[in-house]
Design a binder for this molecule. Structure first.
Ligand SMILES: *[C@@H]1O[C@H](CO)[C@@H](O)[C@H](O)[C@H]1NC(C)=O
Ligand SMILES: *[C@@H]1O[C@H](CO)[C@@H](O)[C@H](O)[C@H]1NC(C)=O
Length: 325
């Protein structure tokens, strides 16, 4: 009887372990809300911008004094300086980049409840995760874009030999299927989301929720707009348990068909960054297409230097970031 019981128990454990790959129930392990973002759970990154942005990342004391970070019990705001005119010799507009002290591996899920994201010509905000020795431990960009675009991009950046199949079960549009950071100028394997998932139109709708799940065999990203009937119950209410099987078809789905997800992605820190221009927003062809006509300025850096008030909407208002493991 005893041994039968043990045997039964271990079959259940094995079955659960197998099921987890496809129908995972995760329990909240960490939540970041309001003051949590400025209470030691995040490091302020103050080195030069690795993506050549027109930015100066400031430390915690400087950010607080200039109100570039602001928190209550319920909400966290992260913004760029919107009052200073810069000269060409200044290193860049003051902004903030935060990196979580904790790391999160596989399997895990993440829900980001975002009320407002930075918008405007020249801005390049991102919510993403990465590990040490980039790119060999992988990068997952959950929310990223530039220059008033209305469509979010979800992207992986990896070491060599990681590509995505052209046809996948996802609602988004493939931009590039080569994830290797060494290829295509580090474009990564991006997937474009529908409209109103980024920038001014996202903000006008009150924002929404981004979801991400990573396992040893796939990475998926979702988006649900504020007020939509499609928001899964556990997500909209910030419950302590989520069932990713109830999240519907992902917008971006990255399977391990031609990419060893388990070895390309190690435990990651969560990052919030807001830079300007640089290797994406500031590329001449990108700037020309999106912003040269509307701003009347032919160079992204010149625009960012001369027009502080253009960045009064360049702020994140974050309701919560929840990690489920
Ligand atoms: C900002 O985030 C993106 C991820 O989307 C990353 O590739 C880039 O290096 C980051 N830039 C800075 C300046 O931290
Ligand atoms: C700091 O920023 C917050 C959020 O935008 C705002 O509500 C508050 O009034 C600001 N405080 C000051 C002193 O400007």
């Amino acid at each position: 009887m005893h041994s039968t019981f043990i045997h039964l128990l271990s079959s259940v454990v094995i079955a659960t372990g197998l099921l987890r790959v496809h129908a995972a129930t995760y329990t909240q392990s960490t939540s970041y809300i309001g003051n949590d973002f400025i209470s030691g759970d995040f490091n302020f990154f103050t080195a030069a911008d690795p993506t050549a942005g027109r930015v100066t990342y400031v430390d915690q004391a400087t950010a607080a004094a200039a109100n570039l970070t602001f928190a209550t019990d319920d909400v966290f705001v992260l913004r760029a300086d919107d009052t200073t005119v810069l000269s060409a010799s200044d290193p860049g507009r003051k902004s903030v980049r935060l990196e979580s002290v904790l790391t999160f591996g596989s399997p895990s899920a993440m829900v980001l409840d975002i009320a407002h994201m930075p918008e405007g010509c020249g801005t390049w905000p991102a919510l993403w995760t990465y590990g040490p020795n980039w790119p060999s431990t992988g990068e997952i960009d959950i929310m990223e874009g530039v220059n008033n675009q209305n469509n979010n991009q979800g992207t992986l950046h990896t070491g060599p030999s990681c590509t995505m199949p052209a046809t996948r079960t996802q609602t988004g549009t493939v931009l590039n299927d080569d994830c290797a950071a060494a290829d295509d100028g580090n474009d990564g394997c991006g997937v474009e989301f529908a409209a109103n998932t980024f920038g001014p139109s996202f903000n006008a709708a009150g924002g929404g929720w981004f979801g991400m799940e990573r396992t040893s065999t796939f990475i998926s990203i979702w988006f649900w707009p504020r007020g939509s009937t499609t928001v899964p119950a556990g997500v909209s209410e910030g419950e302590t348990e989520v069932v990713t099987d109830n999240w519907g078809t992902p917008v971006a789905y990255f399977p391990n068909t031609d990419c060893d997800i388990a070895s390309e992605f190690e435990a990651h820190n969560f990052v919030i960054n807001l830079t300007f221009c640089g290797d994406w927003a500031g590329i001449t062809s990108v700037w020309d297409l999106a912003c040269a006509a509307s701003t009347g300025v032919s160079d992204c850096n010149d625009y960012v230097d001369a027009n502080p008030s253009a960045f009064s909407n360049a702020y994140f208002e974050i309701n919560s970031v929840r990690i489920y493991e």
